[in-house]
Design a protein around this ligand. Sequence first.
Ligand SMILES: [Zn+2]
Length: 148
Amino acid sequence: MSGASDDGGSGPATARTFRLYDLRVEIVSVKPGLEAVCNHRLGDCVFVSGENLSIPAGKTFSMYALAAVLPLLPAKQRMSDEHDWINHDEYVACPDPACEALMRITRTGIREFRLEDVSAQGADAIGGAANAHGVSSADHDDDGVDPP
Ligand SMILES: [Zn+2]
């Protein structure tokens, strides 16, 4: 008869979690007559979950349009101050000057991640996956690269 709340958990490492928003990037405006410039179609979208992007089966998304939103996605995934502009601005223009399409970045949910699942360095810091990439703080200067 052990504690009722004990699920045989794996210890304090399971508490090393963080949360990120899932995102949807969607084409929300395409100027009539310019649809063919980048092959945008209303509703075309890319989903972001953690570090992964996905596009619905059979759909496409312009890599140039995607390039315009990529720098914003990690910031949009993270919680920040209420009045931080990243919490309020959601539209991004396609970078093709002849296109005029708009994309909207929408937060669609919150997902929790475990540090050790997404970071070899984080895992190393808690004693797992030691030197998985041959790097640790102790031997950082012994990487075979001489400083200038
Ligand atoms: Zn475009």
